[in-house]
Design a protein around this ligand. Structure first.
Ligand code: GTP
Ligand code: SPV
Ligand code: MN
Length: 594
């Protein structure tokens, strides 16, 4: 390909000398090349072509059985000084990390092709955007990157002869979990990932660049790189407010971003527009507001639970040109997953490629899922029926409200509004959530996940909190911040809140608060909606359940405060004292001393 970036050329040559591929192919972003690579991957079995009548342009892929989610334990931030990675990250000194990975990369691409993928996170040429180049030996990665990022010649043009880019190196190598490393070198603007073929570990523009590396750069450059969806709420008068929301992995970002208003609210003229479902890059605009872009161009969404009832926009988005990973495969060349559309199939191949039938159990008598709980679809954002006309605006969209959400069966209320920005930073910093299938580990265990960034902050988390406090001082028109939890349950384990489309009622209350309009009750946690301040048209929701959703059990909350204190204490002197102030203030309020 035609380009004149000497540093890029030199780096590609060096990496090729180490990995020793048979050949090097530059990805130009053309349809012709994509089709040719698809055909090749189908031939080798790397991907399976799905039924082209029912699912045009769709492909299927299975990962290795031990490679189905991000491996946080094998993910490292490699800064010169350990304290710059901080206590919440795994750390390795850069030299040691390079040495160890070099061993795994050496000769790893023998007999394979090295693909060079120039990609832009954010619209090509936007002042928000960052360029990366990923080298990989996986066509599956190439095909996913073509959906998730802007790829090809236009990116090289934007890079020019001297442009800055993130050096991203990936090899599947032997897919050996004992030789798997996901390494970030923020000081070198470099990512090395080896031994995995799973999404978040290998689509290096996503969590690795757009969050871990970008969060590090964002602090230096004075902006925010966050694990947030972005959506627009259109009011009956045509005015649109934008909301950004941080929820941990598999806690509802994609679903909220694609929300379909219930019929009564739709009839009144409310609409929801999708801007992004996973990552937001936010900068202060010339008007003093916070402006956000979605750096991605596709969705890498959780398949199980995706159905026409709860997320019809996602269902429509994934009807064509979509890659399905670790779902079940049906005899007619279509896909299926638990809580998906259609009846349970009578037979299928499960995500491991094993014959599956309803009621199948393993040797311990445990039910076997047809699709892995973290099986995913990769689909172009442009195919989403609710995609915002502004989703590619180079200046982004202005953010009116920020949501921090978690998955908590108890304790956390459905919604409360933070008192001010400093309080909001404390609330975000101490949020905790139940673990999901999106990461290796014990599902259901409650862990702290500050601003849903625990696995994604590329530097010391205490400095991240300080950066949030500093940003608050610089933003003239600060978004209002809300804490939400769609997942509170009653004593029988049922969700107390219907969620999904009904969440719009909660968004509308929050936006009314931003205009100083809706009623609220002051509680020790924050401002809680009165029952009558919610638009209930079309939904009969019992007042008693509303109280249950917002009940504050003081004793349990004081225990939660103990957990929060322990969590914050790990940051030592580096923790901004403002957070201790807010911690004490909440405890005072909980104990009834305002
Ligand atoms: P990542 O892609 O891992 O970052 O996940 P995400 O935050 O985009 O989560 P997603 O929207 O895919 O939702 C994950 C799971 O939460 C799915 O099983 C959904 O069905 C469920 N879920 C989403 N929204 C709601 C809700 O409002 N109520 C309830 N009860 N479940 C929800
Ligand atoms: C997440 O786990 O938060 C995801 C999927 O969005 S992954 O790309 O694997 O990180
Ligand atoms: Mn995510």
């Amino acid at each position: 390909m035609n380009h004149h970036h000497k540093e890029l050329d030199k780096w590609v040559k060096e990496m090729a000398a180490m990995c020793q591929p048979d050949k090097i192919v530059w990805i130009d972003g053309s349809d012709a090349q994509r089709k040719q690579l698809t055909a090749e991957a189908i031939k080798t079995g790397e991907v399976i072509e799905l039924n082209q009548e029912l699912l045009p342009g769709c492909l299927y892929h299975r990962t290795a059985v031990n490679d189905v989610a991000r491996t946080e334990g094998l993910t490292y931030i490699c800064t010169a000084r350990e304290e710059d990675a901080g206590t919440t990250n795994n750390w390795m000194p850069p030299e040691k990390a390079y040495d160890q990975a070099r061993e795994y990369f050496t000769g790893a691409m023998k007999g394979r092709t090295m693909y060079v993928i120039p990609f832009s996170m954010g619209p090509v040429g936007s002042a928000f955007s960052k360029i990366g180049v990923e080298l990989t030996d996986s066509i599956y990665v190439v095909l996913n990157m073509l959906i998730m990022t802007r790829v090809g010649t236009s990116v090289l043009d934007a890079l020019g002869a001297n442009g800055v880019f993130t050096k991203c190196l990936h090899s599947k190598a032997d897919l050996d979990i004992n030789k798997r490393l996901i390494l970030h070198f923020p000081e070198d603007n470099t990512i090395w990932s080896v031994g995995s073929g799973y999404g978040g570990n290998v689509l290096l523009g996503k969590k690795c660049l757009a969050l871990r590396i970008a969060s590090y750069q964002a602090r230096q450059e004075g902006w925010l790189a966050e694990h947030m969806l972005i959506l627009g709420v259109e009011h009956p008068d045509g005015q649109i407010d934008y909301i950004a929301g941080a929820f941990p992995s598999a806690c509802g970002k994609t679903n909220l971003a694609m929300l379909v208003p219930s019929p009564d609210l739709a009839k009144k003229g409310y609409k929801v527009w999708t801007v992004g479902d996973d990552i937001a890059w936010m900068r202060i605009g010339p008007d003093g507001r916070l402006w956000a872009i979605n750096p991605e161009s596709g969705f890498f969404g959780v398949a199980p639970g995706t159905n026409s009832k709860f997320n019809p926009n996602a269902v429509a988005t994934i009807k064509r040109n979509t890659i399905f990973t670790n779902t079940a495969l049906l005899p007619n060349g279509t896909v299926w997953w638990e809580q998906g559309d259609g009846d349970q199939p009578v037979q299928a191949l499960d995500w491991r490629g094993q014959p599956w039938y309803p009621g199948k159990t393993d040797e311990h008598g445990k039910k076997v899922d047809a699709a892995h709980a973290n099986s995913r679809f990769t689909a172009p954002a442009s195919q989403c029926p609710s995609i915002s006309p502004h989703w590619q605006d180079p200046q982004g969209v202005p953010i009116t409200a920020i949501f921090f959400g978690t998955r908590r069966a108890r304790l956390a209320p459905l919604i409360y509004q933070c008192f001010d920005w400093q309080h909001a930073v404390y609330v975000g910093a101490t949020m905790s959530s139940e673990r999901t299938a999106a990461q290796f580990g014990k599902i259901g265990e409650v862990r702290h996940d500050p601003m849903a960034m625990l696995p994604f902050c590329g530097y010391n988390m205490a400095d991240y909190f300080r950066h949030w406090l500093e940003m608050g001082k610089k933003i003239l028109h600060r978004p209002k911040v809300f804490r939400v939890n769609w997942f509170r349950r009653d004593d029988d384990g049922n969700f107390l809140w219907p969620g999904f489309g009904e969440n719009l009622r909660i968004l509308l209350w929050a936006l009314a608060r931003c205009r100083g309009q809706a009623n609220a009750i002051r509680t020790p946690l924050g401002w809680v909606p009165t029952y009558d301040s919610i638009d209930w048209d079309g939904l009969q929701f019992p007042r008693a359940s509303w109280s249950d959703l917002h009940a504050i059990h003081t004793e349990e909350w004081l225990e939660e405060q103990n957990q929060n204190r322990q969590f914050l204490a790990q940051f030592g002197q580096r923790l901004p004292s403002e957070l201790w102030y807010e911690h004490a203030a909440r405890e005072f309020r909980l104990r009834g001393h305002e």
